[in-house]
Design a protein. Structure first.
Length: 162
């Protein structure tokens, strides 16, 4: 039986695990260490979803997470990380959908994020989840790539998957 994604709410105490998963998912220049993770987790309005892949009867293996925050009627994904061995198994989409549900429950009417223009896999994930480009930040990332600013809005309705 194929492993399926399971998402649970993470807490502010999970910084060490989240930093390890971030290191496994991103190039060294883009990784958040434990101190950076602790600072993000301490911000007001932060929500954390911890994603695992597991089959019935087996212990789920953490493979990714999403951190977002809500401010008034807007929410932002601060980071979404899926480790190499967990990619292309539905975990990224499950994390996105979990966060959309969480922020909508907290009153957000739109969800924004930034993604490297050169990250084709992530861009395809976000496009498939209903995100559209609303802006660009030139040479934003350490490698010089642009950041695309994406949005998924659901004003007056639940953030149902497209």
């Amino acid at each position: 039986m194929a492993a399926r994604p399971v998402i649970v709410a993470g807490g502010r105490h999970a910084g060490t695990l989240l930093a390890a998963l971030h290191r496994a998912a991103f190039p060294p220049a883009e990784c958040w260490d434990e101190a950076a993770m602790a600072a993000v987790l301490a911000m007001p309005g932060v929500l954390v979803g911890l994603g695992s892949l597991g089959t019935p009867g087996e212990e789920p293996v953490p493979g990714g997470f999403v951190i977002g925050r809500v401010a008034a009627d807007e929410a932002e994904i601060l980071t979404l990380a899926v480790t190499g061995e967990a990619r292309r198994r539905g975990l990224g989409r499950a994390l996105l959908d979990w966060m959309a549900d969480q922020v909508a429950a907290h009153g957000a009417e739109r969800l924004i994020l930034e993604v490297s223009a050169g990250n084709d896999a992530a861009r395809a994930l976000y496009r498939g989840a209903g995100f559209t480009e609303i802006g660009r930040r030139r040479a934003y990332y350490p490698d010089g790539s642009d950041a695309l600013v994406l949005e998924r809005a659901w004003v007056g309705q639940e953030p149902a998957a497209p």
